[in-house]
Ligand binder design. Sequence first.
Ligand code: ZN
Length: 189
Amino acid sequence: MKKSSVKFAELVDLFAELPTVGRKSAFKIAYHLLFEDNFKAVKLSHLIEEAVREVRKCDVCGNITEDEICYICADEERDARRLCVVASAKDIFSLELSGGYNGKYFVFEELKATTVEKLEECVKDGVEEVIFAFTPSVESDGLIVYLEDRLSSYSVSFTKIAHGVPTGVSFENIDTVSLARAIESRVKA
Ligand SMILES: [Zn+2]
């Protein structure tokens, strides 16, 4: 098929590769940026460049930040006795939106020796309760059992979120009320 503009087609292809953006939306976004809001297009390209350069993961918990330590780790008002372990920094964003939690976080993205060591470092630091906030699945249940075993020498209790989070559904697709309830009504893990 002939393309009226190769550049335009490339832009549509690229947008279509983004999460949750289908081809129709990709076309609409590309058209909007090029013909309806030029200014936004330029602003967007600058902002993406800056963000790629400056945004990073927190050295302690893995949250998104522009500093070495994120605002949650740095906040002394938060309850440092509670550590909520999530699978992605995106989940911190969803849980913070729900407003149901005031402790600290740890992002456990991948089962690696260094990640387990980092988690241990956090747990050592006066934590009394480790809350596993993973989307329920066979894999996450296995990971919880493994981590409990690894952390068994510390005097901490283990809990996990119980209700409101269906199997296999990621936190960003769950409404904030259900998510707040899920973390409040946690059970022994
Ligand atoms: Zn942090």
